[in-house]
Ligand binder design. Sequence first.
Ligand code: P1T
Length: 384
Amino acid sequence: MSTKDLKFNSKTIHGGQAPDKAYGAVMPPIYQTSTYAQSTPGGHQGFEYSRSGNPTRAALESALASIENGNYGLAFASGLSAMDAVIKLLNPGDEVVSTNDLYGGSYRLFKQIFEKYGIAFHFVGMENIAAIEEKINDKTKLIWVETPTNPMMNVIDLKAVSALAKAHNLLLAVDNTFASPYLQRPLDLGADIVMHSATKFLGGHSDVVVGALVVKDKELADQLYFIQNASGAVCGPMDSFLTLRGIKTLHVRMQRHCENGEAVANYLKNHPKIEKVYWPGFEDHPNHDVAKSQMDGFGGMISFIPKGSSFEEAIKIVEKLKVFTLAESLGGVESLAGHPASMTHASIPKAEREKSGVVDSLIRLSVGIEDADDLIADLEQAIG
Ligand code: P1T
């Protein structure tokens, strides 16, 4: 039986994996080597230099391909370096239509690095498909979607965007970091490229910074591999090992993230001092129906605005939290709280960020897998 035929909860453990060839090690050894002995120039056993390929990274890359239902995986030194490789498929003069609400670092990479090289980016609210189409012209080459979005938790209809991309012969790349493949598999919905900050749910333990790309198409995989090898931002062997270990428990962690997320979201929604809670599991979330049809659950990422709250009030709340740690990042076993306006999204100009709802009083939670009662008690003492 090929591991391709396994169900998701088995793929996380076995997908694309086989015991190591040397001694049958069940977990791939950490091949902490930069180079490989050759018997004659080119006479090697599949690996020649660890930027071009490393057995521990190769094991991670085939696990990534398996859980995203793709054929080829590529592991990078960070999520942003994975995105960097995708944009390097383009040429000066090309244009990209991107989600308007997205990770601040992604926005910074597009605006402050790639615009200098003559690539133009349009940021639109992609809940409205017509708004995407308006920005497409004959220079457009790529649609970049983040869903659910960071931090406003908008959900974008991937089948609809994919139909649009195909009609205009554009590449569709999806940042699947917030959902993880446990909840959403964009390649099955028509995307060409799926990208991850594997730093988050895939790694799951806040101990690595890693990025990933997965594709189905061989030619696209070859182009991305060429860029990865030529630019060099590869995932190291130790980080590959840790990410692979994280993936093996993705399904059990995600199940608890979803349960705890629901409990915390409902607690906040019913709290008299909370103005607004953003979580796609609510029936009155504007994109709830899309979320229900393309995701297998709603996850543990939640944003909220305290009633009448200001920048200072929001800071006071996040400072008071004790079980939630005030920190950048998300998707680890431990619960984290963040203040997007001053932390993860500070690199987006205030006027721009407020257009998509990232106001100064917004707080973002990554609900971990602790006991939900402790998380709710912590929020209760901080909100007051
Ligand atoms: O941090 P890095 O592994 O380079 O990944 C960047 C990235 C890309 N896409 C999304 C949706 C992300 O959330 C991130 C990183 N985000 C945070 C660090 C954060 O706290 O939101």
